[in-house]
Design a binder for this molecule. Sequence first.
Ligand code: LLP
Length: 441
Amino acid sequence: MNTTPSQPESPEGLINPNTPLPGAPELHYAEGQLHLEGVALADLVKQLGTPLFAYSKRSMLEALKRYQLGFAGRRARVHYAMKANSNLAILQLFARAGCGFDVVSEGELDRVLAAGGLAQDVIFSGVGKTRGEIARALKAGILCFNVESTPELEVINAVALELGRVAPISIRVNPNVDPKTHPYISTGLKDNKFGVAHEETLALYQHACTLKGLRIEGIDCHIGSQITTTEPYVDALNRVLDLVEQIESHGIAIHHLDFGGGLGIQYQDDTPPDANELWKTLWAVLDARGFGNRQIMVEPGRSLVGNAGVCLSTVQYVKPGKHKNFCIVDAAMNDLPRPAMYEAFHAIAPVSLHSSAAPAVYDVVGPVCESGDWLGRHRTLQVSAGDVLAVLSAGAYCTSMSSNYNTRGRAAEVLVDLERWHLIRERETTADQIRLEKLLA
Ligand code: LLP
């Protein structure tokens, strides 16, 4: 079953301003104007233009609190998977709130350090770490490498020996559990490129013990993203614990257990468990099997930032058609690639309810020269040119996956904090984009 929200078959109705917007705890209408926390989004747009991403600080910190509540009194820590949104101010916010980080490139490590985070709080995941990246992370003194294959294990060992260091490692096991999510974001099935097969893990730990450049710290697993049920986590946990028992029976100590990220958010009518509730179930399994005192790590991304953000966009043209009406906006697949990539659903709400336009069903599309450039399909809207729309749940995997396609500058970003807001990324100019390019002599 594919539980990733995709486009509705029949038109989505008009947004009802009197019911909570999907998955958006800090968004509400006051006097017909959409507010994020205490900031009227129309005012923000007047000052900064569109496309514009606005994030609620409170929403991010509340999402983090659900994990921290679930971890109270336990040896457990959140390592924010910054691929979801790697803006420096957001990293700074999470570092100050006590998070470590999960990185997948040297660039992400650089960002953590630039935001005031510490290398000793960083875990390094990913299937294709280069020698250069491994050396950089070793010199910086990261907490742990999550190793995804035998050749990578050998390379980490070799680089560590060359540098006269010992690399802390976990092996990422592929538990072959179906997370019941979109195939592109499932990672823990045996056909995926990630991790080491369950049945090969013990032998790889035994091999790691013989390598002088390595120190075994833990075990790791991550089964996918936008997971909306508890069951795949329980299955993966049990499989990992079976392995830990097997590995430890061979005299190899596993100090920490890293369960990755993957918890889903509400885009439409998804009902993922809350992090605290999920962890009540997982602690019960850990306690029952005698692992309740082990150091635990998690790597959530989307569930910390996804519902905190909106993408604000101005309607350029309303283009009625015989078969279809198009609402052409100034945000596009380069700003918000999830619909184009995964047919993902993001709710779309008007920033002002004071529209005199008649309701009609639209495909909301961007200006990019691709038929795949759409943000929402079959949406009932009351819109005229110049109106502003908010694409919801745009805090995760939007700006971090954005591009300059069609030489479009990346959008500006704002962090809203009660009645105040901070510009956390300026709008990118064409000069920024062509800075590294060279004309021929
Ligand atoms: N840890 C590892 C090793 C990962 O690969 C990922 C995500 C995470 C943690 C964080 O997962 P989260 O808690 O955010 O689900 N671009 C896709 C999502 C790709 C996720 C990749 N890995 C999307 O927009 O849905």
